[in-house]
Write a protein of this length. Structure first.
Length: 166
C-alpha cells in the first residue's frame, strides 16, 4: 500500500470512529434531557457516557484533522518562508508535535495500565482504561502520520521539490 493509501485508510477509519462517538455523545445528551425533563427520571449514566464520547471524538477527530492538515497554524509564516526552508521548518514542527504526542501516548499507556480494572462511577460495564487506551491509539496514529509527513518532506527536499505546508 502506498503512503497516500495508508493515509486515506487511517483518515477514513478515524473520521468514522469520531463521527460514531459524536453521535453516541449526542444521543446520550438527548436521552439525558428527555428523561430528566420529560419523564422526570434522570438516567445516571448518560452524562458520563457523553463526556467520555467527547474525549474519543476529540482525539480520533484530531487524527483526521492532522491528516487533512486542517489544524490551527500561523499562516503568516507561510508567507515568509518558501521552498526547502519551508519544508525544513515543517520537519522541525512535525518533530516537536511528535515529541508531545509520544509523551501523550506514553502517559496513556501508563494510565491504561493503572485504570484497566477500574470501572466508571455510573457504568459498571465500562472500564476507565478503555478511554485511556483509545486516546493512546489515537496518539500512536498521530505519530504514524507525523512520521509519514516527515518522510515525505525529506524526500521532497532530496528531490528538489518542497511541500510548503508547515
Amino acid at each position: 500500500m502506498t503512503v497516500a493509501g495508508t493515509r486515506r485508510v487511517v483518515f477514513n477509519l478515524f473520521e468514522t470512529i469520531a463521527i460514531v462517538a459524536f453521535l453516541v455523545m449526542l444521543a446520550a445528551s438527548l436521552l439525558q434531557v428527555f428523561f430528566r425533563y420529560a419523564v422526570n427520571a434522570p438516567l445516571m449514566w448518560t452524562e458520563e457516557l457523553a463526556r467520555l464520547m467527547c474525549v474519543i471524538t476529540t482525539y480520533f477527530g484530531s487524527v483526521a484533522v492532522l491528516i487533512a492538515r486542517e489544524h490551527i497554524r500561523v499562516d503568516m509564516i507561510d508567507g515568509w518562508v518558501k521552498g526547502r526552508t519551508a519544508a525544513a521548518l515543517g520537519i522541525v514542527v512535525d518533530l516537536l508535535i511528535a515529541w508531545f504526542v509520544i509523551a501523550l501516548a506514553v502517559g496513556c499507556w501508563l494510565m491504561t495500565n493503572a485504570t484497566w480494572t477500574t470501572f466508571t462511577a455510573s457504568m459498571p460495564w465500562f472500564r476507565t482504561g478503555y478511554v485511556y487506551a483509545a486516546v493512546g491509539v489515537a496518539a500512536c496514529a498521530m505519530v504514524l502520520i507525523l512520521i509519514l509527513d516527515i518522510h515525505d518532506r525529506l524526500l521532497g527536499i532530496a528531490q528538489g521539490r518542497a511541500r510548503t505546508a508547515a
